[in-house]
Design a protein around this ligand. Structure first.
Ligand SMILES: [Zn+2]
Length: 307
């Protein structure tokens, strides 16, 4: 279960993946990556140079979306079989939920692959800083750490779906893609929170089949500190802050201790620059997300394409 598909995505030796792709609304198809280290499926996103279609760009923004190592189990699994959430918590009001990111200087921190052993510490940091984030949770982690998934939501963060066990969806038949997404959504909902509506495909890998059956918009990323590759808090913080721009989505992983270590500095520095932290849904408010469409950042207000 450790990085089952990593072989498809050889470790990158270049830095150009630091920023993933740019959504170019209205564009059809994807400009090929300029990055030699990118994986199959056109997955390599250059340093902001690859354009992916917001109407269904065919490839991943970056391949650095790594599977975590197996965490230890903290609590007993909850059944993923009951998608309803009779005990849904009343979440604290979503911090900054009323912010209009078409005007404000917004940025969305996202954390993938968890929950894991360091997620609670990250939640402490976010809560102390009054910063909301978006967690793209794996179903098989949700059943190991249901209380952490519940806490993520209850403390004002957003919880999205990162599939059941981090398979490359673009290599699966339709029924298996659906199962990966549905099973994970069930497990997340079974923690007592609303069923997730956003999907982040592992490795950012999607194809026509995935786009057709996913039944959700795909939330990619625009800033990638490659935290899985460089377990150095200072570097992670520098990469995120250095590539931050209004409307961008930042990818990182709460499964890496060093990423959690980096987060206080990231928040402090970006706050100092005037950023408002928002969840992905707040960032995208008014955009009109469409199922099967990939989003890498908040689209510019004026584009030639979709909305
Ligand atoms: Zn992942």
């Amino acid at each position: 279960m450790i990085r089952p598909l990593l072989s498809r995505f050889p470790a990158r030796k270049h830095r150009t993946q630091t920023i993933a792709a740019v959504a170019v609304l209205g564009a059809v198809g994807v400009a090929a990556t300029a990055c030699g280290g990118g994986g199959a499926g056109g997955a390599g996103g250059g340093a902001g140079g690859r354009a992916a279609s917001a109407t269904g760009g065919s490839s991943a923004p970056s391949t650095s979306e790594a599977r975590p190592s197996s965490p230890s189990s903290l609590s007993s699994p909850s059944s993923p079989a009951s998608p309803s959430s009779p005990s849904s918590p009343t979440p604290s009001p979503r911090t900054n939920a009323d912010v209009d990111c078409s005007v404000a200087k917004c940025i969305a921190l996202t954390f993938d692959d968890g929950p894991g052993p360091d997620t609670g510490r990250l939640l402490d940091v976010l809560k102390a800083q009054n910063v909301p984030a978006t967690f793209f949770v794996l179903g098989d982690q949700a059943v190991k750490y249901p209380s952490l998934v519940h806490r993520e939501y209850a403390e004002g963060n957003e919880v999205g779906n990162h599939t059941w066990d981090h398979k490359d969806l673009s290599r699966l038949p339709a029924a298996a893609v659906q199962d990966e997404i549905t099973r994970s959504a069930d497990a997340i909902a079974a923690t007592g929170i609303p069923r997730p509506t956003l999907v982040r495909p592992p490795y950012g890998a999607v194809d026509d089949t995935v786009r057709t059956v996913a039944g959700a918009p795909f939330i990619m990323w625009r800033v990638d500190p490659e935290d899985w590759k460089y377990p150095d808090p200072a570097r992670v913080a520098d990469q995120i802050v250095g590539h931050a721009k209004p409307g961008r989505i930042v990818l990182s992983h709460d499964t890496h201790k060093t990423t959690v270590d980096a987060t206080p500095a990231v928040i402090q520095r970006l706050k100092h620059q005037g950023y408002t932290f928002v969840t992905v849904s707040t960032l995208m408010k008014g955009v009109g997300l469409r199922n099967g469409t990939s989003y890498f950042n908040r689209p510019p207000a004026i584009t030639g394409g979709g909305s």
